[in-house]
Design a protein around this ligand. Structure first.
Ligand code: LMR
Length: 397
């Protein structure tokens, strides 16, 4: 019956979690999946979130279906956070935003919409990118290509090559961009570089699709949204997928959003209707609980201030771990430059380790990184950093 069905070899990130979970070695360290763990190696329950959860638990209430587009209070909170509450595109009603099943759900609904209404367009992801970008856009029917991005020689961006590539693309090509904390490399564009890129996008009439999953982990909540706000200000046909998995530590609640910045309120209403149409045909409406929690945190000034300080504490802990790893490695492996560990931003570091070195780390030391050499720095803590640094030093010898 099912012999003709293709075998699924698994996802490179999620399958590694399964291998890690099966590993019985006590010293094992998970630096694979992008999850923030605290200094004790635990997934945090943020205090801002916990307060709302407590209130919800002590006053149970009915759980009706949310509308197709999600919770209104949540959607406006997403808009304020991404664009800034007084952004003209927002006050003019030109942004269509729906609540989605995490950032992945937003990418899927956005990709379905774009492929349906711009069927000739191709999509382009950075080389490299988060694996699922390609998967989701291909799943929506797109032909997906790559654009030059990471330069191993400089541990920076191939900026000239990238901009020349963008400058050669036909109208309506879709560019999947990372506004901050690039996944997997941790290498970001500067505001000046964004200005150049956005100008090319405007000139070539391309469609920027910005995926932001780590807002607040790079610079701060506002500066991490620089490219988003600038693109909206320039009147570009911007799509944004956002996720609260990491910065609210609400992974399993699947709280995300999809926004489209449109030339007019009328067009925003049309796009909004199509988003609802797409949602109805896939899953009808999103789940309610995580959206209630996120909306309460975002819309209550005291909780928002608390949350902001919690996000910055996570950011600072990641930075401290970067510095810690750098210090040990610089001392143990002289003659090799590890500056990049400090310069990269967000949860991830492209370590430059080869696949053989990554496998040695896994086999000999139970230290798990992705085969690409991507490390989730947020898996480091004071109890394992020395061990991990020594293991790195060993495979780098
Ligand atoms: C990651 O990149 O590890 C995270 O975004 C988790 C995922 O779903 O891949």
């Amino acid at each position: 019956m099912y012999r003709h069905v293709e075998f699924y070899a698994g996802d490179p990130i999620l399958s590694l979690v399964e291998v890690y979970n099966r590993d019985t070695r006590a010293e094992k360290v998970n630096l694979g999946i992008g999850i923030y763990f605290d200094s004790e190696g635990k997934m945090p329950v943020l205090e801002s979130v916990g307060r709302v959860e407590h209130d919800l638990a002590t006053s149970p209430r009915p759980c009706p279906y949310l509308p197709m587009e999600g919770l209104a209070a949540y959607r406006s909170a997403v808009q304020n956070l991404l664009f800034g509450a007084s952004h003209p595109a927002l006050t003019e009603g030109r942004i269509a935003t729906i609540q989605t099943l995490g950032g992945s759900g937003a990418l899927k609904v956005g990709a379905d919409f774009l492929h349906r209404w711009f069927p000739e367009a191709k999509a382009y992801v950075s080389d490299p990118t988060w694996d699922n970008h390609k998967g989701i856009f291909e799943g929506a029917g797109f032909e997906v290509g790559t654009y030059p991005y990471y330069d191993p020689a400089t541990v920076g961006v191939k900026f000239d090559e990238m901009t020349a590539f963008f400058d050669s693309l036909p109208e309506n090509s879709v560019l999947i961009l990372h506004p901050c904390c690039h996944n997997p490399t941790g290498v970001d564009l500067s505001p000046e570089q964004w200005d150049t890129v956005l100008e090319i996008i405007r000139k070539r009439k391309l469609i920027p699709f910005m995926d932001i999953a780590y807002q607040g982990f790079g610079g701060d909540l506002d500066s991490d949204a620089y490219a988003i706000r600038k693109a909206a200000e320039m009147g570009l046909p911007l799509f944004v997928s956002n996720s609260f998995s990491k910065n609210l530590s609400l992974y399993g609640e699947r709280v995300g959003g999809l926004s489209a910045v449109c030339p007019s309120k009328e067009e925003a209403d049309i796009v909004f209707g199509q988003f609802k149409f797409t949602v109805r045909r896939i899953y009808s409406s999103p789940a309610a609980h995580g959206a209630y929690v996120a909306a309460e945190v975002m819309n209550t000034p005291e909780l928002f201030a608390l949350w902001q300080s919690e996000v910055y504490a996570m950011r600072d802990r990641i930075r401290a771990m970067r510095q810690g790893l750098y210090d040990v490695l610089a001392a143990k492996v002289p003659g090799r430059n590890f500056d990049y560990f400090i310069k990269q931003r967000g949860m991830f570091s492209y370590t430059g380790l080869t696949v053989e070195q990554v496998h040695r780390l896994r086999d000999e030391f139970a230290v798990y990184l992705l085969d690409s050499g991507r490390m989730c720095v947020a898996g480091l803590n004071p109890a394992n950093i020395e061990y991990v640094a020594n293991a790195f030093a060993e495979v780098l010898k």
